[in-house]
Design a binder for this molecule. Structure first.
Ligand SMILES: [Zn+2]
Length: 706
């Protein structure tokens, strides 16, 4: 546990953050964007009490304002839903009080359609000076006659954080909302940008001394990264304004902003970390990555997982209820990683809760209750980590760090994602991945001094791609960067003879103090120039000549022993490729490297790659969570959208080995408390779980780290 985390955790408990006591909450996604239907007529006291009471919730979250800007209560700003038939914060406050649960109000932050239409000057502008109405490719429909339907329906018009929007609009609405006495406010829509309006450009020039046209944030130049960093700072400022306004109005009203990326040192703005994760459009593993980011920020955290299979681009397909098994599988990934499970449901168009969906929610609640002891109030075991320092204002757009997290989860390394504020020469992590962090090029010397000392003290460092651009990093790695992007595809031969391939730009590096770890081979296409006429997916493309491998002339990975530790480098952004495609040989190569870097791992298992392991601690117990991520069916049905997860095959037996500082007394399988037979020899506990359904936890007590 690092100092920032400890301090923040203490501060948080001193603030009596009621979220520490919760494990199961409900988000009712009843968006007020559709103006042509009565809003709330079905959300009667009887309907709500009947379905919410069995859930024994920590909190229920409902809309106060959606992305369109329409409010679910009567606002003097004239934003009230045109067919509002019930004051929604009012009825839910009454119901929450009757049930003894908390109320959280959802509010769309930097996205507000009505405000944008009434105040065009407040709109966020893109680099070319256009209003940014289309935020996200997934939200643009491509079917005939339905172009941008979602953008229009939701009026997804983002506003500039430096405009008059906050003072003249948001501030008023927050005051109106707080009059309902909410226990928390969850802000969505704080993820668009960056903005290139005159206000933002002027501010950037004033702060940086930049002259002329401002740089494009996405071009990955120092200037572009500076603009990204600038906008990250603006959104932090925006969040602090929201937080301060909310706390000024009601000091014990908690504040969170969903799906945003914050550096740990800016976490104090948020009373809890949160995001909504909707499969099948998003990976199940994405929410695990988010939990592994949130878990070291010292505040409670949750993930909303949706019970309805909504895919933005499937415009002709009604959204159906997801299966119970799938909901439990997704919830398990949240709970195992120490998060609160936000069960996310869609009601009827009139706001009445849907019986079949609520019956599933009740089952999920009972399932969660059985696991509360091993899920609530746990801390992560610091063993492996991924460093993410790239400036992003939204979550999950760093596919390198998220790909590294995915790979380490599938290799059962139970990683966390950390940032530079959490680096220290004494950090307990044994392995640190620095995946293609271009921002290191401009980092100060302290970060490299810290990394170097940590390695000398025994840490294992594995960097990839542009992380090497700074000469100080090259010195740590014992490698000289000679030429960037020499070839666009490279292959590694694994010990079993199969090639692991990555279609990424590979940099030519020379070893200075390092050794060549793995040779890199060319694609056959490189010397057969006519292959350029074929599409990349032509099945004869992208192979190496295995019988006569053509060496690329520089290594695929280098390794330097430095002090008691190791510094290794792969000169390509392989983790972005792994995030996108999950190629098994690439994972096996990464696994081979990790086995060499960590010959005596804290934890190992014979579980298959879809079993997620989350190592957590609570009091003197080690909690080894196992989540069965098997979808149970072929998900690669090209030309269909058959992405249903239903029957999840149990797996097992699964053998787990964990190093211990002393022999534990008791090993049990939770939930249930069944004693598990175990062996203990040479500091290693070996235990087997006979059968894993969706989630089980091995509780080892007492456990002392080796
Ligand atoms: Zn702006």
């Amino acid at each position: 546990m690092n100092d920032a985390y400890r301090t923040s955790k203490i501060m948080n408990s001193q603030n009596h953050n009621w979220l520490h006591d919760q494990t199961f909450n409900l988000l009712i996604d009843y968006y007020p964007e559709i103006a042509v239907r009565p809003y709330g007529s079905g959300a009667t006291r009887e309907n709500l009490i009947k379905w919410l009471k069995p859930l024994d919730l920590g909190y229920v979250c409902i809309y106060a304002k959606g992305h369109s800007g329409r409010t679910t209560y009567h606002s003097p700003l004239g934003t009230t839903h045109p067919q509002l038939s019930r004051d929604m914060p009012q009825i839910f406050r009454e119901v929450a009080d009757e049930l003894g649960i908390k109320l959280v109000l959802y509010y769309s932050g930097l996205v507000d359609g009505i405000a944008a239409l009434r105040h065009p000057d407040w709109c966020m502008l893109d680099y070319d000076g256009n209003k940014t109405t289309a935020l996200d490719a997934s939200k643009q429909n491509t079917g005939d006659g339905s172009h941008a339907e979602l953008v229009r329906t939701f009026m997804l018009y983002p506003l500039c954080p430096l405009s008059g929007y906050f003072d003249e609009w948001v501030s008023t609405q927050l005051e109106e909302m707080v009059s309902y006495n909410p226990d928390g406010i969850w802000i969505d829509g704080d993820w668009p940008g960056p903005c290139y309006c005159h206000r933002c450009q002027d501010r950037f020039r004033a702060e940086t001394g930049h002259v002329g046209k401002v740089p494009l944030h996405s071009d990955n130049t120092p200037g572009g990264r500076a603009y990204r960093q600038f906008f990250v700072e603006l959104t932090r400022e925006w969040r602090m304004k929201l937080r301060n306004r909310i706390h000024a109005l009601k000091p014990d009203c908690l504040y969170s902003s969903g799906n945003i990326n914050t550096h740990c040192d800016s976490t104090p703005a948020l009373d809890w970390r949160s995001g909504d994760f909707f499969s099948p459009r998003l990976f199940r593993v994405l929410q695990s990555c988010a939990m592994r980011r949130y878990t070291n920020q010292g505040v409670p955290y949750d993930a909303y997982t949706v019970d309805t299979a909504f895919v933005h681009h499937r415009v002709d397909r009604p959204s159906r209820t997801k299966t119970m098994q799938r909901m439990l599988q997704e919830g398990a990934g949240v709970l195992a990683n120490g998060g609160m499970w936000g069960y996310w449901t869609y009601p009827m168009p009139n706001g009445a809760l849907i019986p079949s969906r609520m019956r599933q929610a009740a089952t999920a609640r009972e399932w969660t209750r059985e696991r509360e002891d091993v899920c609530k109030g746990t801390d992560p075991v610091a063993w492996t980590a991924i460093l993410e320092i790239e400036p992003h204002h939204t979550i999950a757009n760093d596919t390198n760090s998220w790909g590294a997290c995915k790979a380490l989860i599938e290799l059962h390394r139970s990683p966390q994602i950390i940032d530079d504020s959490q680096l220290s020469i004494n950090m307990a992590h044994d392995l640190l991945i620095v995946p293609d962090q271009a921002a290191l090029a401009e980092a100060g010397p302290e970060i490299f001094e810290t990394l170097k000392t940590w390695v000398e003290n025994g840490g294992k460092l594995l960097s990839t791609g542009t992380s090497i651009d700074n000469p100080a990093m090259q010195e740590i790695l014992g490698v000289k960067l000679v030429n960037k992007a020499v070839i666009s595809e490279g292959h590694i031969l694994l010990p079993n003879g199969e090639p692991a391939s990555a279609m990424q730009n590979w940099d030519r590096v020379e070893t200075t103090d390092a050794e060549s770890w793995f040779p890199l081979y060319h694609s056959w296409d490189d010397e057969n120039i006519d292959m350029r006429h074929f599409a990349k997916n032509y099945p004869m493309d992208g192979v190496m000549d295995e019988e006569n491998p053509h060496d690329a002339g520089f290594p695929a990975a280098t390794l330097r022993r430095l002090g008691k530790g190791i510094a290794a480098h792969i000169p390509a952004a392989i983790f972005a490729e792994y995030w996108a495609y999950g190629e098994a040989p690439l994972r096996r190569w990464i696994g081979q490297m990790l086995d060499e870097l960590q010959p005596e791992p804290l934890f190992s298992t014979d579980a298959l790659c879809f079993v997620e392991v989350a190592l957590r601690q609570k009091d003197d117990r080690l909690l080894i969570h196992l989540v069965n991520g098997n979808p149970g069916r072929d998900l690669a049905c090209s030309w269909t959208d058959d992405l249903v997860v239903d029957d999840i095959p149990p797996v097992g037996p699964i053998e787990c080995r964990v190093r211990c500082g002393e022999k534990p007394q008791t090993v049990t399988l939770e939930p249930g408390g069944e004693n598990l037979p175990f062996e203990f020899a040479e500091g290693v506990l070996t235990v087997s779980v006979p059968r894993l359904e969706i989630h089980s936890c091995i509780s080892v007590s007492p456990w002392r780290a080796p």
